[in-house]
Design a protein around this ligand. Structure first.
Ligand code: ATP
Length: 905
């Protein structure tokens, strides 16, 4: 293993030094480091990683397992039994404490490992220039001297001395606590400037919110400013969620109630039933031990961890654990269109000029294809307007398509890739065009302004501005159009008609325009494209829907989840795609412009009924989430850009795109989609619902065991009989049922109808009235069965130890049968799938039966637990009595809907 930091790079006040001097000191330049130098620096300085947060060591973690009210109660019980010289009881209680701690320790370790593995999937990337070539690599491989390129949305990967900036703004809250982004510059600053004022530096872990820049790495890993701040090191995700807290609280409350009940039983027995104080004390200890569900917290933790792992396997990476629960309650999913619902594999299919409408053939980024007019292939060279569009498409573009291993591959934005391919189909050569008309400046594409413009010069003293973007936007900037080589006044009606036509066919539309300018024009400003451009034409791009997303939308519908599409695309295009995907009912889309005219109250009224939001910019997303939440919806919202971050934070489950998403969006999100695919959100919701179900099932399973044991003891005291189960035996029952039977429920697969029912209400308590009823119902059945058989054996003349062995076995067998019932909360399990669908349940039952045989027949177990070997005939009573719970609960499931209906009518 490589050490994180082998030696520190020199500590120099980099912010005070000019970029040239920085290059010199670090032996690098704007073209980056040579590759062999990178290797040796990596050896010297180590990986660019922050030191791992200090973990609690294994011993501390084990000790933590004892730090719990329940354990204190058990230890107290052990102490008192020891004082009374009941050594076996003391031994067993201590044994249980230790076993419980060990299990908690192991399971917590597993859960933490699972989360660690998932965190590893989220490691950030950096764009560097090495040996003159730009490449994207894992940020941990950066070394001092590397040249890093930043753009809005990036997380700064190491401490950088900036040497080129363009409107660069960085939010440094993680370092300085100041959440307003600061403007950066390449010029050196005062030596005594504080961290927040060092505008020539970009620090690791801060976020680029606007603009672009480039800088030299001056410190990596532990050497960075953030590496020096120890507060950051405490940021370990803890294994806790609101639900776990709620349950811990419930546990404390229950413990207190149980202690009280124990106290009363003790007094009742001593004062009213003439038991000896020692016997009664042991009975009260038994009661306390019986009623506490000691295995429950560990089982819930492991259920959550298993859920997180399952989601990761299906491409949903959970960043914040509470999202697992919230996902199960999601009632609206707001999704981006491009890349999430659609494939983001764009191909130009139509080109429209002032005088003609061309079709374009070919698939994907492969430039083999033809341009067709009136059903015939055209030679693009003979079509000057087409040629001009192709040139604009190629020059006002940052993407590249290349043939690699026989396949055409894209580097860059898919929309732009489609345009490059179009230009290649029109016979243009990318390198040649770029040499002919080198680019001097760029206004990059941003979702807010929806266009991109570039400035070029030929070698004969002419300048040109090329621009492409959303048609309405571009049309506003154009006063003229090109036809037959002439510039004529623009005919907006014609163009609007063509835009609608392309949109109705589901095509994404872009307009291209240009403007001549002078040789001395070297910097492009927004004012330069504010008007006076000449429209060249439109292109229509197809982006096919993802098949699996169409299916996922349908599944969400049946799960009572409304899917809303929020897109920057044109309303007509958005409606056409929504129609193909099964989103909405065909009623009109709401556009960003319309949305701006609605006040919050009016928006709340409209938002529920509209499923397609078009021409929106990221700020609209925030208003939409807020309005939906005001309507009581639980909202999952997708996003990828910097400006999506507020909406992602605001939504109940923010979902960032793993591939095309910016680091800023990922930081703001609860979940990251590894494949950017809508279908993965639907899967995550399904897993979220399953986790919640399984937690409910564990509770529903465990509590009746405790309830029955407590009731048996209370009944025995009240009836003045000897205890049918001793405290030590109770501990045995609790331990083996919790670690075998209950744990198997954590592995329950999703129920068939998990996506066929409406979302759970967010405020619904986990213990509904129905669950409380079921817990009481099953507890009573188990008490009657176990106590009943105990009395039966006594009356048949068996000694108390024999009768107790029967009672313990009956209780455990009850649990084994009831485990099968619990696989489905309110549906019948009488089917092949219902009975055999979870192999862990079957293994657990087999293991428990084996344990019970050992308990009954193994001599040292008999010594420890005072058990007796049972006769074969006795089992013939135990098994049918225990099986009764299975039949009764299935009957209750069948009857409950009728009872509930009558109750509510
Ligand atoms: P979503 O929000 O679902 O991802 P989208 O990707 O269609 O939707 P944007 O990327 O904001 O939304 O694009 C909005 C519009 O801007 C597009 O319809 C297109 O006309 C135009 N556009 C997209 N990409 C570019 C680009 N690289 N250069 C110029 N214009 C573009």
């Amino acid at each position: 293993m490589r050490r994180t930091t082998v030696s520190d790079p020199p500590r120099v006040p980099w912010h005070t030094i000019d970029p040239e001097a920085v290059f010199e000191q670090l032996g690098t330049g704007p073209e980056g480091l040579p590759l062999d130098e990178v290797e040796s620096r990596l050896e010297r300085y180590g990986l660019n990683q922050l030191p791992q947060p200090r973990r609690r060591g294994p011993l501390a973690r084990l000790a933590d397992q004892f730090n719990n009210l329940l354990i204190y109660v058990l230890l107290g019980a052990a102490l008192v039994t020891a004082l009374l010289a009941h050594w076996v009881d003391t031994g067993v209680i201590l044994g249980v404490v230790v076993i419980n701690a060990l299990i908690g320790f192991l399971q917590e370790g597993k859960a933490e490992k699972a989360l660690d593995a998932i965190r590893g999937l989220l490691s950030p990337q950096a764009t560097v220039i090495r040996a003159g070539r730009r490449q994207v690599l894992a940020a941990e491989h950066l070394v001092p001297g590397d040249v890093v390129v930043l753009q809005s949305g990036d997380k700064v990967p190491a401490d950088l001395r900036l040497f080129r900036v363009r409107d660069l703004r960085i939010e440094e809250a993680s370092l300085t606590g100041e959440s307003v982004p600061v403007e950066k510059a390449a010029t050196a600053v005062e030596p005594d400037a504080v961290l927040g004022d060092r505008s020539s530096m970009a620090y690791a872990s801060t976020l680029v919110t606007y603009g672009q820049g480039a800088g030299v790495v001056v410190a990596t890993g532990a050497g960075t400013e953030i590496g020096h701040i120890s507060a950051m090191l405490g940021q370990v995700q803890t294994l806790t969620t609101p639900l776990l807290k709620q349950i811990a609280q419930f546990g404390r409350w229950l413990t207190a109630a149980i202690l009280l009940l124990g106290g009363f039983t003790f007094l009742f027995g001593v004062l009213l039933r003439d038991y000896s104080a020692t016997d009664m004390f042991l009975a009260a200890v038994g009661l306390v031990v019986a009623a506490i569900p000691e295995g429950l917290p560990a089982i819930i933790t492991i259920t959550l961890a298993i859920g997180v792992q399952r989601m990761a396997r299906r491409n949903g990476i959970i960043r914040l654990l509470p999202a697992v629960e919230t996902l199960g309650a999601v009632s609206v999913i707001c999704s981006d269109k491009t890349g999430t619902l659609t494939r983001n594999e764009m191909t130009v299919q139509a080109v429209v000029t002032a005088g003609a409408s061309y079709g374009v053939t070919g698939v994907g980024y492969d430039p083999h294809g033809a341009v067709i007019l009136d059903g015939r292939d055209q030679d693009p060279a003979g079509q000057p307007e087409l040629n001009e569009i192709a040139r604009a498409a190629l020059l006002c573009n940052d993407a590249q398509v290349r043939e690699r291993d026989g396949a055409w591959q894209l580097d860059g934005d898919p929309t732009e890739g489609a345009l490059v391919t179009l230009a290649l189909k029109c016979g243009l050569d990318a390198d040649y065009q770029q040499q002919l008309l080198p680019r001097a400046d760029t206004i990059p594409f941003e979702s807010e302004h929806r266009f991109m413009a570039t400035l070029h010069h030929d070698h004969a003293g002419h300048g040109f501005v090329y621009l492409k973007g959303a048609p309405e936007k571009v049309l506003e900037m154009c006063t003229r159009q090109r036809r037959d080589g002439e510039d004529l006044p623009i005919d907006p009606d014609y163009w609007h008609g063509r835009v609608l036509e392309l949109g109705r066919n589901g095509l994404r539309t872009l307009a291209l325009a240009f403007r001549p300018t002078g040789d001395d024009h070297r910097e492009l400003a927004f004012a330069d494209v504010d008007g006076g451009l000449t429209l060249l034409g439109l292109v229509g791009i197809i982006d096919p829907p993802r098949q699996e997303a169409i299916e996922a939308v349908a599944r969400c519908r049946s799960a009572g989840i409304r899917v809303k599409m929020i897109t920057g695309d044109h309303a007509v295009t958005a409606m056409a795609i929504a129609g193909q995907m099964g989103i909405g009912d065909g009623s009109a889309a709401l556009t960003g412009a319309e949305l701006e005219h609605l006040d919050d109250a009016a928006l709340c009224q409209r938002v529920g009924g509209v499923d397609v939001f078009a021409r929106t910019s990221p700020e609209h997303k925030l208003r939409l989430v807020t309005a939906l939440q005001a309507e009581g919806q639980v909202v999952a919202m997708t996003g990828d850009g910097v400006n999506d971050a507020p909406a992602l934070k605001r939504s109940n489950v923010g979902v960032a795109m793993g591939r095309k998403g910016t680091e800023v969006a990922k930081e703001a999100a609860e979940m990251v989609l590894a494949d950017d695919n809508f279908a993965s959100i639907a899967h995550a919701v399904e897993e979220g619902r399953t986790v919640y179900d399984n937690i409910k099932k564990s509770i529903l399973f465990i509590l009746p065991t405790n309830g029955a044991e407590a009731l048996i003891l209370v009944a025995a005291v009240v009836l003045g009989r000897s205890l049918p189960i001793t405290p030590v035996q109770i501990l045995w029952v609790n331990m083996i049922t919790a670690v075998t039977l209950a744990l198997s429920l954590a592995f329950e697969p999703p129920e068939q109808d998990v996506m066929g029912r409406p979302p759970r209400r967010a405020e619904e308590p986990i213990l509904s009235r129905f669950l409380v009823w079921r817990i009481i119902f099953v507890s009573i059945i188990a008490v009657i069965g176990s106590f009943g058989l105990f009395i039966y054996e006594r009356q048949a003349g068996m000694d108390v130890e024999y009768a107790r062995t029967v009672a313990v076995n009956t209780l455990v067998m009850f649990e084994a049968f009831y485990l099968l019932n619990t696989r489905y909360i309110d549906r019948s399990v009488l089917s092949r799938e219902g009975l055999l669908g979870n192999r862990y349940v079957l293994y657990a039952i087999v293991v428990v039966v084996l344990f019970q045989l050992l308990y009954t027949y193994l001599p040292w177990m008999q010594l420890l637990f005072q058990s007796r070997p049972l006769e074969g005939m006795t089992w013939l009573r135990i098994v049918p009595v225990a099986a009764s719970v299975f039949v009764l609960v299935e009957m209750e499931k069948a009857l409950y809907p009728y009872l509930r209906r009558r109750g509510s009518s």
